[in-house]
Ligand binder design. Structure first.
Ligand code: OSB
Ligand code: MG
Length: 375
């Protein structure tokens, strides 16, 4: 259901930006690198109507996307937060338009918009889930499993997540760590819901290798080729039986429409940060739902702030595949919210309190902060 009534305008007084370093419970390895600490920016919008919280999901280095934390830190302070503050009073649905003249930096725009949305919805007494059009109060939870030392270690890691109750497993792959890793997981666990994520590590020249994955009856293969390989993805999709899902390539509703028109993907991963905000994410959901294309909610190792928002988004009716909205303890021993996301019977609860529906644990927030600035 599209958003019918916009959230109220808020009078902006300032933005506080914090760089956090959160230790991960275990290293997270993808085709583009290994993370042991999650570096992320938390946004606090100060408004005449109360505070709101958001999260800028950039990573320390520009490896998944061209955005990275210090770049986000600069552009937020120098251009984006000042543009919103110049407007004075702004409603959440106006944020994207105010920031539109600035090219790119979608993760920063998404974090600022979320902070404004949270402030406005808290003032209105409406939950983000209700506002976005959620139709369920719990969502099935999948988990993204990083590349391990070898296939045996991968099987051990997956066993742990299956024991915890996760209903769908996604394994990261890269050239040389694809067919054997997938075969090992299939051999160990049979017909579990399984998918793979290449994070852009292949080219069309690898089509024969990728076609070998067809025999594993995967739910999908996520982003095998580069972000701008939109035509190559269409060519590859014709060669594979496994459905192609796009992540990195889908940077906007327009990019999603183009990918669907070209046949580059038959499933779409929606991440609010990558597309510039939760409202644009809903627009992509609506587009795909009208087109009969399944979507699922991706993740960026969010703190409790972004994780609550992802749970709200994933509760929309077009999210027909389990997403990467896992429990907080899949990544963190301590989160920055007082009630971190937990797994209950393979599901995650959708917050119902106004705004994000979570409260900040200020001791934890302070403890993880390595840089702070007020705009
Ligand atoms: O490609 O989906 C991805 C994490 C960081 C950057 C890109 C991706 C991921 C994940 C983890 O797969 C998703 C999560 O559980 O947050
Ligand atoms: Mg991905």
């Amino acid at each position: 259901m599209p958003i019918t009534s916009p959230a109220s305008a808020v009078r902006l007084e300032g933005f506080e930006l914090l760089v956090l370093h959160l230790p991960l419970v275990s290293p997270f390895t993808t085709s583009f690198g290994t993370e042991t600490v999650r570096e992320v920016i938390v946004v606090r919008a100060r408004t005449a109507d109360g505070d709101g919280w958001g999260e800028i999901v950039t990573q320390q280095a520009p490896l998944y996307s061209s955005e990275y934390t210090q770049g986000a830190w600069d552009v937020a302070q120098r251009f984006l937060a000042p543009a919103l503050l110049d407007r004075g009073t702004v409603a959440p649905h106006e944020v994207a338009g105010v920031l539109e003249p600035f090219v790119g930096h979608r993760m920063v725009k998404a974090g600022l918009e979320l902070a404004v949305l949270d402030a406005a919805l808290r003032a209105d007494g409406i939950s983000l889930a209700t506002h976005l059009g959620a139709t369920t109060d719990r969502i099935p939870s999948g988990v993204s499993v990083g590349i391990q030392r070898d296939p045996a270690a991968l099987v051990d890691a997956v066993a742990g997540y299956l024991d915890a109750g996760y209903v769908r497993i996604k394994i990261k792959i890269k050239p040389g760590r694809d067919v054997d890793d997938t075969a090992a997981v299939r051999a160990a666990f049979g017909e579990i819901p399984l998918q793979v994520d290449a994070n852009s590590a292949y080219t069309l020249a690898d089509a024969d290798t990728l076609a070998e994955l067809d025999r594993f009856d995967l739910l999908l293969i996520e982003q095998p080729l580069q972000e701008d390989d939109i035509v190559d993805h269409a060519t590859l999709a014709k060669r594979l039986q496994t459905p192609v899902c796009l992540d990195e390539s889908i940077v906007s509703r327009k990019a999603a429409a183009d990918a669907l028109a070209l046949g580059s993907a038959s499933i779409i991963n929606i991440k609010a940060g990558r597309v510039g905000g939760y409202l644009e994410a809903v627009a992509i959901h609506d587009l795909c739902r009208d087109a009969g294309v399944p979507v699922w909610c991706g993740g960026m190792l969010e703190t409790g702030i972004g994780r609550a928002a992802n749970a709200a988004l994933a509760a929309l009716p077009g999210f027909t595949l389990p997403g990467d909205v896992s429990a907080s303890d899949r990544f963190y021993t301590r989160d920055i919210v007082t009630e971190p996301v937990v797994l209950e019977d393979g599901h995650v609860r959708v917050p119902t309190a106004p705004g994000l529906g979570v409260e900040i644990d200020s001791d934890a927030l302070e403890g993880f902060t390595v840089e702070a600035v007020t705009v």
